[in-house]
Design a protein around this ligand. Structure first.
Ligand SMILES: CC(C)(COP(=O)(O)OP(=O)(O)OC[C@H]1O[C@@H](n2cnc3c(N)ncnc32)[C@H](O)[C@@H]1OP(=O)(O)O)[C@@H](O)C(=O)NCCC(=O)NCCS
Length: 143
């Protein structure tokens, strides 16, 4: 099973949002199509997909604020898990940050999804004891 990583194109929106839904990453407060449009192809952010003969089997939204890099919507379609797709997306995110001189990579894990922490630990991440504070500024953008 092979795949290539590439930036998402505008025409990928429906497939990428479907992947995020299939992977349990969309909650009612989210606007995944809006998230796709806000992040794709921007100066400080991009969405990368794992493309297997035209089928999107993985994704990662990545971006930076000049200080920290962030990963969101990391997902591998269930039938492609355990092949290294997410590992390749994380490696790509790390290279993307280093190219931009961003020294740290962060991500958030929902308290309902702590089973995924083991994956991130295999990729060298460590849990940090911080509190995340949030203020909602626009509807349907709560996470
Ligand atoms: C988490 C997820 C992206 C992993 O995708 P994947 O493509 O199967 O991961 P990989 O095949 O690249 O796995 C890399 C390594 O992590 C390990 N791993 C994968 N999931 C793991 C888990 N939940 N706990 C511990 N280790 C895990 C693999 O065994 C593999 O180990 P190896 O390098 O020793 O072989 C996938 O399970 C998924 O899409 N989950 C649902 C969406 C989600 O929760 N995303 C994260 C939001 S914070």
């Amino acid at each position: 099973m092979t795949w290539t990583l590439r930036p998402a194109e505008t025409g990928d929106e429906d497939a990428v949002v479907a992947l995020w839904r299939d992977c349990g990453l969309v909650i009612p407060a989210n606007d995944p199509a809006g998230d796709f449009r806000r992040a794709r192809g921007r100066i400080g952010s991009e969405i990368f997909v794992a493309d297997a003969d035209g089928a999107i089997v993985g994704s990662a939204m990545i971006g930076h604020d000049g200080h920290r890099g962030w990963v969101y919507y990391l997902a591998t379609t269930p039938s492609w898990r355990g092949q290294g797709v997410a590992r390749s997306l994380i490696a790509h995110a790390e290279a993307w940050m280093i190219e931009r001189d961003i020294p740290k990579l962060h991500l958030l894990v929902r308290h309902t999804n702590t089973g995924v922490i083991g994956f991130y630990e295999t990729q060298g991440f460590k849990v940090h004891p911080v509190a995340m504070l949030q203020k909602v500024l626009l509807p349907a953008s709560a996470e």
